[in-house]
Design a protein around this ligand. Structure first.
Ligand code: KG4
Ligand code: ZN
Length: 351
């Protein structure tokens, strides 16, 4: 079967066609088109909802057209349309949802509405569905979410813990802003980290005044997270340090390591508590090379016979292939709906 996925929850207009085999559960991404607005929002230091909405309106039809053309699939061959229904920016979500309503009406196709977080989780199923054993512990880390989840063999998802304040991606974005590095913060900070690691290796260089970032809630007996204290700590250390502009790679390195330590420690705790057979990462922050590397080695070292999965990098940040993939796997437990039933729900939560 062929599924067209559409994603417009934030600042990426995305469409993808996947080919899926219901018998084997195998799927193939035929196209994954993403029109990113990063260059536009960069100058404001973050996403401006109204600007994002206008861009989605301009981009959505060409992006869908390109997804179909790249996949070499005609509209009449599609079996299902999938769309992100929420959570996200309501003014952004509307474009994707209304486009899918119109296409479903015009093409007479059923619709599968997808929760954005579920989409991120199913990004793991694109390349590694046969390695995923249950129960699986999933860490979803994006610009809006830091959530630990448990998925059982029926693919039922339960939230185990969440951030009480900022999301991990938000910590990266706000930290980068304080360091004057631009938006989005995650990729920029990780580049500086790589640079710093090279100097550490080549010159065996150690800082004179070591930086000291807290790891909030690291030892709390729940599976929740908190990142706002880390952000405040960065602010105070920058204020105290007149030399900080010369130490940016080092600040990035220590700041990122604090985030990674918190994420790894809580994921490990959840995996042990729930007897996980798989540990998975998902969401934009899971593009981070160090997080991927350190989580993989922690799982290998501390958890016997537990698989570690992470989406291919192109499926970590917002994309529509993950939405189409989620729709395919949800077909087993959920009936598609018609265009008249589909509504945006910006506050949608995982149940
Ligand atoms: O999943 P996503 O594309 O959008 C949301 O659903 O929020 O995630 C975007 C977030 C941003 O906060 C961005 O800074 C972060 O993912 N991010 C990264 C990296 N690439 C993107 N964080 C750390 N390292 C990266 N390489
Ligand atoms: Zn996302």
């Amino acid at each position: 079967m062929y599924i067209l996925g559409i994603e417009t929850s934030c600042d990426e207009t995305a469409a993808s066609v996947i080919k899926a085999d219901p018998k084997s559960g195998r799927l193939l991404v035929l196209s994954n088109i993403i029109s990113s607005q990063i260059e536009i929002h960069k100058k404001y230091g973050g996403v401006v909802p109204e600007v994002a909405a206008r861009e989605h309106v301009l981009n959505i039809v060409p992006v869908v057209q390109e997804a179909l053309e790249t996949a070499k699939i005609k509209a009449k061959q599609l079996d299902l349309l999938a769309v992100t229904k929420g959570p996200g920016l309501i003014t952004s979500l509307i474009t994707g949802v209304e486009t899918v309503r119109s296409l479903a009406f015009a093409w007479e196709k059923p619709i599968m509405e997808i929760n954005h977080i579920e989409g991120h989780i199913y990004a793991n199923f694109i390349n590694s569905s046969n390695q995923i054993k249950f129960p699986a512990i999933i860490l979803t880390v994006s610009g809006g979410h830091t959530t630990l989840l448990n998925m059982d063999k029926n693919k039922k998802i339960k939230i185990l813990g969440e951030t009480r304040d900022d999301a991990a991606g938000e910590a990266y974005d706000k930290g980068a802003k304080m360091l004057g590095l631009g938006y989005p913060g995650g990729p920029i900070i990780s580049q500086y980290v790589a640079e710093y690691q090279k100097t550490l290796i080549s010159k065996a260089k150690k800082p004179n005044e070591p930086l000291n970032f807290p790891r909030p809630m690291l030892n709390s007996d729940n599976l929740d997270f908190s990142f706002s204290g880390l952000k405040t700590s960065l602010l105070y250390q920058l204020k105290k340090d007149p030399t900080w502009k010369k130490r940016i790679p080092e600040y990035c390195y220590e700041f990122q390591q604090a985030i990674i330590d918190i994420l790894i420690s809580k994921t490990l705790k959840a995996a042990k508590k729930y007897g996980a057979k798989t540990v998975m990462l998902s969401g934009g922050v899971s593009a981070n090379t160090e997080l991927r590397k350190q989580m993989a080695s922690t799982v290998k070292k501390n958890l016997k016979n537990v698989n570690f999965c992470v989406p291919a990098k192109e499926y970590t940040t917002d994309n529509a292939a993950m939405i189409a993939a989620a729709a395919f796997f949800k077909l087993k437990s959920k009936k598609p709906s018609s265009f008249s039933q589909l509504r945006v729900d910006s506050s949608l939560q995982l149940k």
